[in-house]
Structures are given as C-alpha cells and as structure tokens.
Write a protein that binds this ligand. Sequence first.
Ligand SMILES: Nc1ncnc2c1ncn2[C@@H]1O[C@H](COP(=O)(O)OP(=O)(O)OP(=O)(O)O)[C@@H](O)[C@H]1O
Ligand SMILES: Nc1nc2c(ncn2[C@@H]2O[C@H](COP(=O)(O)O)[C@@H](O)[C@H]2O)c(=O)[nH]1
Length: 188
Amino acid sequence: MHNRIIVITGATGTGKTTVSEYLREAYQVPRVITHTTRVPRVGEVDGVDYYFETDDTFAKRHFLESVIYDGHQYGSSYEALERGWANSPFLSIVLDTQGAITYAEKLGDQAVIIFLTVSQGQTLQQRITERGDDPNAIDHRLESDEYRRDLELPAELQGKAKVVLNDHLAEAKKALDGIMASLQVNAE
Ligand SMILES: Nc1ncnc2c1ncn2[C@@H]1O[C@H](COP(=O)(O)OP(=O)(O)OP(=O)(O)O)[C@@H](O)[C@H]1O
Ligand SMILES: Nc1nc2c(ncn2[C@@H]2O[C@H](COP(=O)(O)O)[C@@H](O)[C@H]2O)c(=O)[nH]1
C-alpha cells in the first residue's frame, strides 16, 4: 500500500496531540508539523509543536490546505508530507475538522481519519485549564464557532472517520491499537 497519513481531528482538548504522541512512541509514526500565526503556549517550541509564523511569513507558504480557527491561521503543506514520507510510510497530523475534510477529499484512502470525542463536553474545558492555557484564550476558544463545530463528527466524514472515545486514555489507546492492527502496523 502507498504512503498513508493518519489525520487526528476533533474538538480542542479531546487529546489529538496526546494521541499523535502515542502513535510516535508506540508505532514510530512521526507527526507532520503544521504552521500557525497564534502565539506559542507556555512550553511550546518553534519547529517542534508548530512553525510559528507572522501573517506575512504565513502568506508566503504553499499550503495543501489552510484554515482560520478561533481567529488565527493554520496551514499544512505538501512539502512536509513528501519530506515525512521520504522517511516513514506512515505519518500523523493534527487538524481541525475542516482540514480533515480537505485531506479526505484530496488524498482519498491515503488519509486515515480518526475523530476523537469525549462523553461530557465540560471535560474539555477542565483539560485545557489543567494544561495551563491562558484563561482569556480558553474563554475565547470555547466561544468560537470552530470549537462548537468540532464537537460533532461532520457529515462529510461520516462513514469515513474512525471515531475514538477518549474519556480514559488507556481505553483510547486500545482502540488505537485496533486501528493500527487493521493498517498492519506493528508496535515496536
Ligand atoms: N483521556 C485523557 N484523560 C485525561 N487527560 C487527558 C486525556 N487525553 C489527553 N489529556 C490531557 O488533556 C489535555 C489536552 O490534550 P491535547 O493537548 O492532546 O488535546 P488537543 O486535542 O491536541 O487540544 P488542542 O486542539 O486544544 O490543541 C492535555 O493536558 C492532555 O495531557
Ligand atoms: N486545518 C488545519 N488545522 C490545524 C492545523 N494545525 C493545527 N490545526 C488545528 O487547529 C486547531 C487549534 O489548534 P491549537 O494548537 O491552537 O489548539 C486544532 O483543532 C488543531 O488540530 C493545520 O495545519 N490545518
């Protein structure tokens, strides 16, 4: 099978980055780093968590897709995919649902879509508070259209996305192990 990209999507705080980290540690699946104009959170590092951009530098990039999420720009490039696939047949990427829809449309079966969810919405606010996000940024995000939109699996991804409940990380990891086995990727 050709190269694949595991697209991890869902609302803020559902655990997308945590899941990408699990896939890296357990399955050696590297994450494609995307670009954003938002300011780094405490502890985030340029070139590791994101490529942090200004509006001017962002405008000069060539993106496969880009979105505005909670007032900031985010984008991912073909070049990053090609670079990643040169070293690994499986990559992961963390995207909002609009980006996931674009990947499903543009890459077809090469994109394996995982939609993360939790059973209680208020869990998400608690998680991002405990993560240490700025309280003003949390309020702004929870009031954004994109946050509300990404709580539900979009119609365009129904029947395409694999839905993983992440109330408890150990159970989510078991579901991920099942997905990786179906893709014939072994844990190392
Ligand atoms: N099952 C879980 N139970 C408790 N805490 C969790 C669980 N999964 C992830 N977390 C924690 O919740 C916080 C949010 O997780 P993470 O940053 O992975 O979410 P995200 O979906 O990438 O968020 P965002 O879209 O805002 O960047 C982190 O502090 C993470 O350690
Ligand atoms: N469509 C895209 N979405 C992206 C990209 N990079 C990140 N994201 C998503 O944006 C929101 C907000 O991210 P945060 O780090 O500020 O919490 C989240 O859903 C990310 O998954 C991208 O290149 N394209």
